[in-house]
Ligand binder design. Structure first.
Ligand code: ATP
Ligand code: MG
Length: 396
C-alpha cells in the first residue's frame, strides 16, 4: 500500500472492509487535514457496511453510537470510529436529527456534512471524493456550508459556532452567503446545550486566533450568555498567553469584563458549564487584578499566600491580558525562586507555636504574621529566628 499518508491502523481498517466487498473511506476532518498538510487529530472512517457487518468484520469492536451507525473498532490497538453511510432525517429543536437512515451512497453521506472542506472522503486508492468543491475552498481558504446555509443552520445551530471555530483554527475566512446566514440564524444558538457551545469556544480560545471570539459575540452567538454583544474587547491580546485552557479563560473573562461584555465572571463561566476549579480560580484571579496588577515580588507572594498557586496564575494571566505582558513571567520567577509564600513552606509550624504557649486564634494570627514577615524578608525563614520572633510577639 503506502499510496495514502495515514497510519497503518487506519489503512488496515479500510483494507479489511474493502476485502469483504464494502466501500470504505477516510472522511471529514482527517481528509481535510491531509489535503492541507496538517496532522489530523483523529481519523474517521465511513463505509457502506451496516453496523452489524462492521462488527462481524472486526472481532474487537464496540457499538459506541449505534443509533447513528457508529461502531468503534480496535485496530492494531488503536480505536477508529467507523460509521455507516447515512442521511439525517428531520431535525428537532435545531440540534439533533429525529432519525437517521442508512444509505448505500457516499455522496449522500457527504451531503449531510457541515462544510465543503469537511465533506471530503478518501479510499485506499487515494482518489479523493469531493462532490462539493471542498479542495477548491481549501485553496481559497474558505468555510462554506454544503447546500443552503440557512437550512443547514436551521438543522443544527452548532454549525454556526463550528464555522467560526474552523475559521480560527485553520486561519480561513467565511464565505459571504454562509456569514449572512449566520447573521439571520444567530438566535437559534440560544437553544444549544451550553457544553457544546463551550467546547467550540474553547477550541477558538486555544487557537492561534482567539480574537475570533469577538466575531462570535458580535454576531450574537452568545446571546443569553453575555450581557452586551456590542462592546468591543481587545481579544487579540489572548494570543500572547500560554496555550493553557484555564489561563486563557481567565484572560478572556478579564478582557470581556473590562468593557462590560460580561458583568460577572462567575456567572459567565457557570453558564458555560465550566468545571468548578476553572470557575473558582478564574473569578478569584480576575477579581484580584481588576484594580491593577501587583507591582513587585512581595505583592505577588502575598497574593500567592492568600489565594494559592492556581488562582495567582489566573490573576497573572488576567493582568497580562489587561495591562500587557510581564506578570506571568514575574509570578513564575517568584514561584521558582524557592522563597516562602505559604504556611507549608514556613520554617515553623502550628505545633512549634503551641509549644511556646500560643492557642486558638492567637496561634493563627501569629503564623500569618510570621508568614508575612518572611514574605518581606525571605532570608529570615529559619526556625530559630522565627521562634524568637514569635516569643517576642507573645510577650508584646
Ligand atoms: P477536528 O479536526 O476538530 O476533529 P473535524 O472536522 O474532524 O474537526 P469532528 O467534530 O471531529 O470535526 O467531526 C468529524 C466530521 O463529522 C466533520 O469533519 C464533518 O464532516 C462531520 N460533522 C461533525 N459535526 C457536524 C455537524 N454538527 N454537522 C454536520 N456535520 C458534522
Ligand atoms: Mg475530527
Amino acid at each position: 500500500m503506502g499510496r495514502i499518508n495515514a497510519p497503518k491502523y487506519v489503512i488496515s481498517v479500510l483494507e479489511r472492509l474493502e476485502r469483504r466487498g464494502f466501500e470504505a473511506y477516510m472522511v471529514g476532518g482527517c481528509v481535510r487535514d491531509l489535503v492541507m498538510g496538517r496532522r489530523p487529530c483523529d481519523w474517521d472512517v465511513c463505509t457502506s457496511a451496516l453496523p452489524e457487518d462492521v462488527m462481524a468484520v472486526f472481532r474487537r469492536s464496540h457499538p459506541t453510537g449505534l443509533k447513528h451507525g457508529t461502531v468503534t473498532v480496535i485496530s492494531h490497538g488503536s480505536p477508529v470510529e467507523v460509521t455507516t453511510f447515512r442521511s439525517d432525517g428531520e431535525y428537532r429543536d435545531h440540534r439533533r436529527p429525529e432519525s437517521v437512515r442508512f444509505i448505500a451512497d457516499l455522496n449522500s453521506d457527504l451531503e449531510r456534512r457541515d462544510f465543503t472542506i469537511n465533506a471530503l472522503a478518501m479510499p485506499l486508492s487515494g482518489e479523493i471524493r469531493d462532490p462539493f468543491g471542498g479542495r477548491h475552498d481549501i485553496e481559497k481558504k474558505l468555510i462554506r456550508c454544503v447546500g443552503d446555509p440557512e437550512k443547514r443552520f436551521d438543522e443544527d445551530a452548532l454549525r454556526m459556532l463550528r464555522a467560526f471555530r474552523f475559521s480560527a483554527v485553520l486561519g480561513f475566512g467565511i464565505a459571504p452567503a454562509t456569514l449572512s446566514a449566520i447573521k439571520s440564524k444567530a438566535h437559534l444558538t440560544e437553544d444549544l446545550a451550553k457544553e457544546r457551545v463551550r467546547t467550540e469556544l474553547e477550541k477558538i480560545l486555544l487557537s492561534y486566533s482567539p480574537q475570533v471570539i469577538s466575531d462570535v459575540i458580535e454576531y450574537g452567538l452568545l446571546r443569553g450568555i453575555v450581557a452586551d454583544s456590542s462592546a468591543k474587547a481587545e481579544l487579540y491580546r489572548l494570543g500572547g498567553l500560554p496555550k493553557n485552557r484555564t489561563l486563557r479563560w481567565a484572560g478572556l473573562c478579564a478582557l470581556l469584563r473590562s468593557v462590560g461584555v460580561i458583568s460577572d465572571t462567575e456567572s459567565f463561566l457557570t453558564a458555560l458549564r465550566l468545571d468548578s476549579a476553572v470557575i473558582r480560580n478564574c473569578s478569584k484571579g480576575c477579581a484580584a487584578v481588576s484594580e491593577g496588577a501587583p507591582k513587585d515580588t512581595i505583592s505577588w507572594k502575598r497574593l500567592l499566600a492568600s489565594n494559592g498557586m492556581e488562582t495567582a496564575l489566573c490573576a497573572a494571566a488576567a493582568a497580562d491580558a489587561l495591562f500587557g505582558t510581564g506578570n506571568l513571567r514575574l509570578l513564575r520567577s517568584v514561584i521558582q525562586s524557592g522563597e516562602c509564600f505559604s504556611l507549608r513552606q514556613l520554617a515553623v509550624s502550628g505545633k512549634d507555636l503551641k509549644a511556646l504557649g500560643f492557642q486558638g486564634t492567637e496561634l493563627g494570627v501569629a503564623l500569618s504574621s510570621l508568614l508575612d514577615h518572611v514574605i518581606i524578608y525571605p532570608a529570615d525563614n529559619k526556625k530559630e529566628l522565627l521562634l524568637n520572633l514569635a516569643y517576642k510577639m507573645e510577650r508584646a
